[in-house]
Write a protein that binds this ligand. Structure first.
Ligand code: ITT
Length: 189
């Protein structure tokens, strides 16, 4: 099955490539010649996932999917949420985003949080949604070198290590994205 993954995030691309395996031929936006940054103007993960998938489908007429995801922190009323990529201002500056998060949580006892991912898939002109969540907590400091984004400070429930300390396949097995992709695979096969 040929599919475009409408993302500019190379870490997401790598994770999803690993999860989908060889039955799927995955094309990145770059590989289909799309160099644009898709404006994410929605106020929910679902809206933004849909905007990204439709953008590619409308311009290229290809089957495609998009992932919109982020971190919801209870003590911050669900922030950064859909603003996770640009929490500290500039898009995708993980170091600054984590610094800001740790600063905001400095005096908070409640550290619970979750990652959410919503995938919008467009096949044969029809749109389908898949969602995944992983509960956990925010560590007071960074640990680990793997993963991306907030992984060094996110400890999933039932573990005493962060996502950044896990092997990629271990993270993928329990992550928000892994759970959403599992459903996408089940739907397509
Ligand atoms: P695309 O829109 O091009 O796919 P993006 O990085 O801008 O890439 P989002 O708008 O969905 O994607 O923002 C997701 C942000 O949420 C991401 O940049 C990270 O900061 C955070 N995030 C999502 N999944 C994560 C994960 O598995 N580990 C760590 N941080 C994650």
């Amino acid at each position: 099955k040929k599919l475009v993954f409408a993302t500019n995030n190379l870490h997401k691309l790598e994770e999803v490539r690993q999860m989908l395996g060889p039955e799927f031929t995955l094309f990145s936006m770059k590989e289909i010649g799309c160099k644009e940054d898709i404006p994410e103007t929605g106020s929910t993960f679902r809206e933004n996932a849909s905007i990204k998938a439709r953008y590619i489908h409308e311009r290229y007429g290809l089957d495609c999917f998009a992932d919109d995801s982020g971190l919801e922190v209870d003590a911050l009323g669900g922030a950064p949420g859909v603003f996770s990529a640009r929490y500290a201002g500039s898009h995708g500056n993980a170091a600054a985003n984590i610094d800001k998060l740790l600063r905001e949580l400095k005096d908070k006892d409640v550290r619970s949080a979750r990652f959410r991912a919503v995938i919008a898939l467009i096949v044969g002109g029809n749109e389908h949604f898949f969602e995944g969540t992983v509960n956990g907590s925010i560590r007071p400091g960074r640990s680990g070198e793997g993963g991306f984004g907030y992984d060094p400070v996110f400890q999933p429930e039932g573990y005493d290590i962060t996502f950044a300390e896990m092997k990629p396949e271990e993270k993928n097995r329990i992550s928000h994205r892994g759970r959403a992709i599992e459903q996408l695979i089940a739907f397509l096969t």
